[in-house]
Design a protein around this ligand. Sequence first.
Ligand code: UD1
Ligand code: UDP
Length: 373
Amino acid sequence: MSGRKRILTVFGTRPEAIKLFPLVHALEADARFDSRVCVSAQHRGMLDQVLEIAGILPHHDLDLMRPDQTLDGLTAALLTGLGKVLDVERPDWVVVQGDTATAMAGALAAYYRKIPVCHVEAGLRSGNIHHPWPEEVNRKIIGTIAALHCAPTETSAVALKRENVDPATIHITGNTVVDALHWIVARVEADPSLAAGLADIEARFAGKRVIGVTSHRRENFGEGMEAIATAIRRLAERGDVALVFPVHLNPNVRKVMNERLVGLDNVALIEPLDYPHFARLIAISTLMLTDSGGVQEEAPALGKPVLVMRETTERPEGVEAGTAKLVGTDADRIVFEAEQLLDDAEAYAAMARAHNPFGDGRSSARIADLLVG
Ligand code: UD1
Ligand code: UDP
């Protein structure tokens, strides 16, 4: 149909898929658009889990994941692979999300063809190019290229203006992660069997307080991961808690966690959960211990305190609201902060408020409207 905007949405990892499926749904349902999807499959299993629950069948799948892939090898393969898809599709817009190698290479390949780029989750900055690494620089590169910057919050919009991005191209849309979370919570409410797979763990740890854990950041590899494992071991010595840790498939994470944590009574090291089950894990957890970006946004939305095992965050909104706390990767500090929440009801109550500084669940509709122009 003439006049329809052809939108090519490009993604490759679990968090991008989670944050872009609501937009893909919105574009597919809207007659103003011809929606096309290209996945790099920078992640494989963890991406496929999201594609399946969201019901997305990509038009292109580059199947690029290699075991323990290097950043340069991955980036080179992405650039050439995505370039070829762009030559075939010739879209009116390329949409990328966040800060991954796929998002950065997708934006660069589009720029090389003078195709305008829409950046979803624009303007997040920690101010330190080594934390998170390499995401801070990926965001800056995409921010230089994008013609449309969908900033989740006022803070991220201000960060872009500080970098002299044309204010007319910056729009505060909210973060699509809230759309995704609302969608999945509604799906599970309608069909609880979608999240029933945690029943064994829930029975095993009945009567204990659950701490949900995730960790995968590259800047934490080595010492940081070791310290996180030490903190988990120490917390697990308490009889009243259980730590449930779906371990990221990156071998650099799995090696340390398997060596240090397997076989402990109060620790369940499990495979990555699909999104309904992960939402359930947050719901049954007393608190979340994480270095993830997305979990920092989801836990506050579900009223769960989140201790962020990082030195800096590009998501200060949760910290400012008092629902998230930066605790770094020192084992003593992690244990101290977690125990404070476990043992001090007042400290816990102060952090355990449902709070949604990142969005209202209608971000995808706003972004779709912007793509018409
Ligand atoms: C990537 C992103 C990071 C994002 C994270 C989300 C980059 C540079 N990094 O990091 O920004 O926060 O995803 O999780 O873009 N693997 C599997 N199966 C999978 C996924 C990964 O086996 O489904 C293993 C593979 O051995 C792969 C390795 O993990 O080589 C690393 O994957 P990669 O996407 O390069 O980096 P992440 O650390 O996952
Ligand atoms: N997540 C999931 N299963 C898991 C762990 C996380 O579905 O076992 C989801 C989580 O809800 C969030 C996203 O994955 O939406 C975060 O991805 P990740 O931590 O890998 O990347 P980051 O957000 O740090 O880039």
